[in-house]
Design a protein around this ligand. Structure first.
Ligand code: FES
Length: 574
């Protein structure tokens, strides 16, 4: 086996000694590293990202596995995208992290990589970068955190917070209650324990074949997580020996499987954008209609917040993804390969289905088909997304007058104004929060219910935006409207009082305004969004694609197979 790293470590002239001296600086002898596969460990640990704090210990376990299998581990840190602290949104930096991963893998003497992920965007960013670099790769996640308890009830990350927030706004919860809740809210290191974006993306990484079977759901504090990290380190060495690469694993069949799983778990809407971006890196054909078709055919089986009542550790105890896959067996491409080296078929039946309240039988689902709906129509010509499983059934067919917020700031200033001209029949519209608009498409789509309606007991309304929302949120919320308002899409032309109609059965989102009137408005429209003057946000605004294309950068999607295979020449002098 000719190792890529040998180009450096066995290189001609001064390149060999120069490269080997780097490893000697680590205190390693030539016997330890000579001729062995070099495995990078991409660690997104950071004190700025509480969800990923467990990754140092996990990296140590990975190293153990790499060394035991005859490889040489080299850990490196990457940018870490912490959902709670990073503003305006981690989504702005997902592509930056993906570029960092891709370029690190390409430019250093690595034969393979173990990707350590956790919080929402770290998982897709690593998969995008690894897909483009196409070196043997395997992913290990931080694992869902232990749930806190408050007033005898398990606290589901995010979901419980949004529920209690409404009670706090109406005065049902006091300031003391609110502070007591805060103290119980985050009771452990690890990722959100609901089916938010982090859990959705790690489960989908396993479904795509990029994590070892059964590993996505293991809780962060469970010692099995260290064992699976060690096994992943071993496997990384074997992947190099087998020359098994991400492009052979993340195939169209693997994405079809991931879409089935996505529908069955009622996953976060953010995953649509991420899967489109990952597939785009590999030239795997995938579009919004694929999501809608698969969601129509696939029932939702997982009883997990925010769709259901349970949390991630209970999903794990019920058998995790392998048990769910067993229920979906007849819909899957069973020949799809995983990083374990076997087709996905091999893991079915290993886990018995032992909790039908957690993972519902296929013929007795939590929701019949349609946890997700892709909408099109005059308000969203290139598509919009609704997580039907968390919507209010009575609002799935709804027509009402628009109440428009020009920006997030405008919304915050007016939403609790007692004079706000709103009724429960209004359709709340937020715009200029899309990929270019802010930029970064923040999770602002879950527009709060106006306080005066909240006080009257209204808990859900039809809300529409070009933003995203947290995967832990719920409600009748139409997201990702494309094209976004900042580019002059129809969303930019809506005025207060315009009739908007949602028809989930017909998959339509209609703005009932005549084409001539829209043309008149368009002639007077000026974008309220200005490009940033400098730096990464400016670069982002100039290159980001719309939501229906995954919000990747235009120049990172390969145009042909030649783009897929780009490897820079290695030269002696740097
Ligand atoms: Fe990091 Fe939810 S905030 S996983």
């Amino acid at each position: 086996m000719k190792l890529r790293s040998a180009e450096w470590f066995e290189g001609r002239d001064e390149l060999g000694p120069q490269s080997r001296s780097v490893l000697r600086t680590l205190g390693w002898t030539r016997e330890f590293f000579s001729g062995k596969p070099v495995i990078g460990i991409a660690n997104s640990w950071s004190e700025l990202n509480n969800c990923n704090l467990g990754l140092r210990e996990i990296a140590d376990a990975v190293k153990r596995g790499v060394i035991a299998a005859g490889g040489v581990p080299l850990e490196f840190n990457t940018i870490s995208l912490g959902e709670e602290l990073m503003k305006p949104t981690t989504m702005l930096y997902r592509n930056l992290m993906a570029m960092e991963i891709e370029e690190t893998l390409r430019s250093y003497p690595l034969d393979g990589v173990v990707l350590l992920c956790g919080c929402d965007k770290t998982t897709p960013a690593q998969l995008m970068g690894a897909a483009s670099a196409n070196l043997p790769a395997i992913q290990v996640c931080a694992g869902p955190k232990h749930p806190g308890r408050w007033r005898g009830r398990q606290i589901g990350s995010g979901t419980a917070l949004w529920q209690y927030l409404d009670q706090y706004r109406t005065g049902e919860l006091s300031e003391d209650d609110w502070q007591a809740l805060e103290a119980c809210y985050s009771c452990g290191i690890g990722t959100c324990n609901t089916m938010g974006t982090a859990s959705t993306m790690t489960v989908l990484s396993e479904a795509l074949g990029m994590m070892l079977p059964g590993s996505a759901t293991i809780p962060s504090a469970d010692v099995r997580r260290l064992a699976v990290a060690e096994r992943s380190g071993r496997r990384a060495v074997e992947l190099v020996q087998e020359d098994l690469r991400p492009a052979q694993i993340m195939t169209r069949a693997a994405f079809e499987n991931a879409l089935r799983v996505y529908a069955a778990i009622g996953g976060s809407t953010n995953a649509i954008i991420h899967l489109l971006a990952i597939a785009g890196r590999l030239r795997v054909p995938l579009d919004l209609d694929d999501f809608d078709r698969v969601a129509r055919e696939t029932p939702m089986l997982l009883n997990l917040q925010p769709n259901g009542t349970r949390l991630m550790h209970e999903f794990d105890a019920a058998g995790g993804l392998p048990a769910l896959l067993s229920e979906l067996r007849h819909l899957l491409h069973l020949e799809a390969l995983t990083v374990g080296g076997h087709p996905i078929r091999a893991q079915l039946g290993r886990q018995t289905h032992n909790d039908p309240e957690m993972i519902r039988p296929f013929d007795d689902p939590l929701h019949q088909a349609g946890a997700l709906t892709i909408l099109r129509g005059s308000l969203a010509p290139r598509g919009a997304v609704l997580r039907t499983s968390t919507a209010t059934p009575e609002l799935l067919h709804k027509r009402g007058p628009a109440l428009v917020f020009e920006s997030y700031t405008d919304m915050l200033e007016r939403i609790d104004d007692p004079e706000l001209p709103v009724t429960e029949h209004s359709v709340l519209v937020l715009r200029n929060a899309g990929p270019i608009g802010l930029p970064g498409m923040p999770e602002w789509g879950s527009i709060p219910i106006p306080k005066k309606l909240l006080m009257r007991g209204v808990r859900d309304m039809l809300r529409i935006s070009d933003a995203r929302m947290s995967g832990t949120s719920f409600g009748t919320i139409v997201l990702h409207v494309a094209p976004e308002a900042a580019t002059g899409g129809p969303l930019a032309l809506v005025q207060d009082g315009d009739q908007i109609e949602l028809d989930v059965t017909a998959r339509r989102l209609t703005l009932h305004v005549s084409e001539s009137e829209l043309q008149r408005r368009r002639a007077h429209w000026r974008s309220p969004v200005s490009l940033h003057r400098r730096g990464y946000p400016r670069f982002y605004q100039e290159h980001v694609l719309q939501a229906d294309e995954g919000c990747d950068f235009d120049f990172l999607r390969p145009r042909d197979d030649e783009d897929l295979a780009f490897v820079p020449p290695i030269v002696g002098r740097s």
